[in-house]
Design a protein around this ligand. Structure first.
Ligand code: NAD
Length: 441
């Protein structure tokens, strides 16, 4: 089979590479000439474990290529996947200009039957709009070409994207014709053969499934963060509470770790977009509105603890920050809680030295040199008034507390991810603030 993936970001590049890995011939298209030039030289624009060798291998086998020309890339395509960004509009709804722009391009250049598949996260009803946009361009050309639309939302997680794509919990595919379903079944044959659930459904349900999944996960996070904040007030330890409720299989132990709020390119915008859809449909999802409110509040929790510890005055204080990306194993800083904490601390006149295993370049691109960057995690602590842990990278979990106390001015840690044990903090005589647990020291 031959497919085109339009949009070579996290989703497009990973999906395209993984489809190529299953033997399909894939062309990944992007409007960003520099990105495509780099990819053609084997330079991968994102940090994603395992991606670089897989891209190289499939390029060498001739199954994976990169282009800026949608027109040239679809001459042989059985399906075209739209995997461009769907950023939030000013009112929170998903901005569909890139998706519909691609649909129109497809309509202008298609020369044979194909399935036009939305892989981007798009609101319910978007496939209809995609269909109308393609048809409109075909009509302008007086073409009687036929095509189908399908919805195949992506559930991969950055940092584990390849495994998520190749060994998915499920694949969701919305179709409205047998021909399209047959084409999608062929495309996903290796997944069906390996017994990964491929769930076929109608298109609106497929579109809704993606938003409902992300909203449910965001809800779990906000719920647990709110419980954690209450734990602090009533003298409970959220870690115990987490274990206590997580052992109930109806609740499960995943996604119930409190922290500094969810970030990234998906949860914040998808929650907002579903809230917007629900309002437009006259059935506002009150739960999700609260999920967003709690999350925005949670991003300031560490900052509030810092201000309270230093009696509201941190001018000239120096803070070492460990972790910048919105979660470990990615360089993605979209909506990262670290950005909120940094911004608030800088406004109060603090100095910041930050360290992240892979996201420092991205941080610098976003906020420039308003913070200093350390060459390793320990350098970030030199003369610091406190350490602030924002992202739970593995290498931060078992640090050398003896080395740290020699570097830090004060033995104070603000831990936004609860990665240290209360007992080890007591033993090492640190002043220790975490989320939903007692303050030590
Ligand atoms: P991204 O911003 O990393 O990449 C989007 C790419 O599309 C960019 O390279 C951009 O240059 C390109 N593009 C924009 N307009 C184009 C056009 N007209 N033609 C060709 N290329 C064009 O975005 P992403 O993180 O890969 O997300 C893409 C979609 O997938 C979004 O809807 C997102 O919500 C969804 N999604 C993302 C994730 C994730 O973890 N990042 C997971 C699941 C779903």
């Amino acid at each position: 089979m031959n497919i085109t993936i339009v949009g070579t970001g996290y989703v497009g590049l990973v999906s395209g590479t993984c489809f190529a890995e299953t033997g399909i011939t894939v062309t990944c298209v992007d409007v960003d000439q520099k990105k495509i030039d780099n990819l053609n030289k084997g330079i991968i624009p994102i940090y994603e474990p395992g991606l670089t060798p897989m891209v190289t291998r499939n390029m060498e086998k001739g199954r994976l290529s990169f282009s800026t020309s949608l027109k040239d890339s679809i001459t042989e395509a059985d399906a075209v996947f739209i995997a461009v960004g769907t950023p939030p509009d000013e009112d929170g709804s998903a901005d569909l200009q890139y998706v519909l722009g691609v649909a129109r391009e497809i309509g202008k250049h298609a020369q044979h039957y194909m399935v036009v598949v939305t892989k981007s996260t798009v609101p319910i009803g978007t496939a209809k709009k995609v269909k109308a946009a393609v048809q409109d361009e075909l009509d302008k050309r007086n073409s009687d070409l036929t095509f189908d639309v399908a919805s195949n939302p992506e559930f991969l997680k950055e940092g584990a994207a390849i495994d998520d794509f190749l060994k998915p919990d499920r694949v969701v595919i919305g179709t409205e014709s047998e021909k399209a379903q047959k084409a999608m079944k062929r495309l996903y044959k290796p997944f069906l053969m390996n017994n990964h659930p491929v769930i076929f459904m109608d298109i609106p349900s497929a579109e809704m499934t993606k938003y409902a999944a992300n909203s449910m996960l965001a809800t779990k996070i906000s719920f647990m963060n709110d419980i954690a904040n209450l734990c602090e007030i009533v003298g409970a330890d959220v870690n115990n509470v987490r274990k206590g409720i997580g052992s109930d299989s109806r609740i499960g132990n995943k996604f119930i770790y409190p922290g500094t709020g969810y970030g990234g390119s998906c949860f914040p915008k998808d929650v907002q977009a579903l809230v917007k859809t629900s309002e437009q449909m006259g059935h506002p999802l009150e739960i999700l509105k609260s999920v967003e409110l709690v999350n925005n509040r949670q991003k300031s929790v560490l900052y509030k603890k810092i201000m309270s510890h230093f009696n509201g005055d941190i001018k000239g204080k120096r803070f070492g920050i460990w972790g910048l990306s919105f979660k470990p194993n990615t360089d993605d800083m979209r909506e990262a809680p670290a950005l909120v904490v940094i911004d608030k601390l800088l406004k109060e006149g603090a100095e910041i030295v930050a360290y992240d295993p892979v996201a420092m370049e991205e941080c610098e691109r976003r906020i420039g040199d308003s913070v200093q960057y350390a060459k390793d995690q320990y350098e970030a602590l030199i003369d610091a008034d406190a350490l602030i842990v924002i992202t739970e990278w593995n290498e931060f979990k078992v640090p050398n507390f003896r080395v740290m106390e020699k570097l830090l001015k004060n033995k104070i840690i603000f831990d936004g991810r609860n990665i240290y044990d209360i007992e080890e903090m007591k033993d090492n005589e640190y002043t220790y603030y975490s989320i939903g647990r007692e303050v030590i020291g």
